[in-house]
Design a protein around this ligand. Structure first.
Ligand SMILES: NC(=O)c1ccc[n+]([C@@H]2O[C@H](COP(=O)([O-])OP(=O)(O)OC[C@H]3O[C@@H](n4cnc5c(N)ncnc54)[C@H](OP(=O)(O)O)[C@@H]3O)[C@@H](O)[C@H]2O)c1
Length: 265
């Protein structure tokens, strides 16, 4: 009889994580390593990736650092080629790199809107289609993909036209691909709420933080480990019957927890 907790382990699996140099991506990489996975770490800043890699190695797992700008298709191709050279298999993909600051719609150019969509949706699609053929060719013939979406893609709010629309599309893409790749590759997303990272810090003032905490039923901001534990569950055999799902890790938010100005009085 297998130990209950073995079903939450990733022993012998290889996971690619984008945006793994800091924040949520780094926490997911560290957590997957603790659960037994080897890691392919991608982002633009090699020094930050090396820090994550050191942590992974200190847990006895292998880590390969592949500096990658997810906005560049040739670099995504290089990421997959290099990952396969190192590990010859791919089991898990976490499309985590993404983001876009809140901005009034009338001050958002169509080019900025396109860029937010490309960064949050197209890059995940592009990397997914590069990885899936290798997942189904691995020993188990299976794979798992986790897209890091946002509560902003599910609860409308002023000033989130670009980011919210893009994350909403990422969540929908998750459901589309889950249909198409079942039963071989599971595709799920996490709709992340306000989580303490450098990206969030760029918009946090003490007043904004206080409002966020007050408007979050669980009464605190998220920590990166809250998200990493959800990602571990979705990646692990414990979630083998789950695909096309959006896991909300947001402290119970039923509306966005930022007070944003409307365009008109
Ligand atoms: N924190 C939150 O409150 C929150 C809420 C909802 C959703 N999310 C989502 O969670 C994800 C991670 O956010 P975070 O808060 O952890 O951000 P973060 O702390 O700023 O970390 C972002 C990571 O992505 C990498 N990255 C940025 N641009 C990239 C590019 N073009 N190519 C490859 N890597 C790139 C960064 O490294 P380099 O700059 O070195 O490339 C870094 O490693 C995003 O998709 C974000 O939308 C976050």
């Amino acid at each position: 009889m297998p130990n209950l907790f073995d079903q939450f382990r990733l022993d012998g699996q290889v996971a690619v994580v984008t945006g793994a140099g800091r924040g949520i991506g780094a926490a997911i990489a560290r957590t997957f390593a603790e659960a037994g996975a080897d890691l392919v770490l991608a982002a633009r800043t090699p020094e930050q990736l090396e820090e994550t890699a050191e942590h992974v190695r200190s847990l006895g797992r292998k880590a390969v650092v592949i500096p990658t700008d997810v906005m560049k298709n040739d670099q995504l191709e290089n990421l997959v080629t290099m990952a396969l050279e190192q590990f010859s298999t791919l089991d898990i993909l976490v499309n985590n790199a993404g983001g876009y600051p809140p901005k009034p719609a009338l001050h958002t150019t169509p080019e900025e809107f396109d860029r937010a969509f490309h960064f949050n949706v197209t890059t995940a699609f592009a990397l997914t289609r590069l990885c899936v053929p290798h997942m189904v060719a691995n020993k188990s013939g299976q794979g798992s993909i986790i897209n890091i979406s946002s509560v902003a893609g599910h609860k409308p709010s002023s000033c989130f036209a670009a980011y919210g629309t893009a994350k909403s599309a990422l969540s929908w893409l998750t459901r589309e691909l889950a249909e198409e790749f079942a039963p071989r590759v599971r595709v799920n997303a996490i709709a992340v709420g306000s989580t303490r990272t450098e990206a969030l810090n760029t918009v946090l003032t003490p007043e904004i933080e206080q409002t966020m905490v007050e408007l979050t039923p669980m009464g605190r901001l998220g920590e990166v480990q809250d998200i990493a534990l959800g990602a571990l569950y979705l990646a692990s055999p414990a979630a083998s019957y789950i695909t096309g799902d959006i896991l909300n890790i947001n402290g119970g938010m039923n509306r966005l927890n930022m007070e944003m100005p409307r365009a008109f009085d």
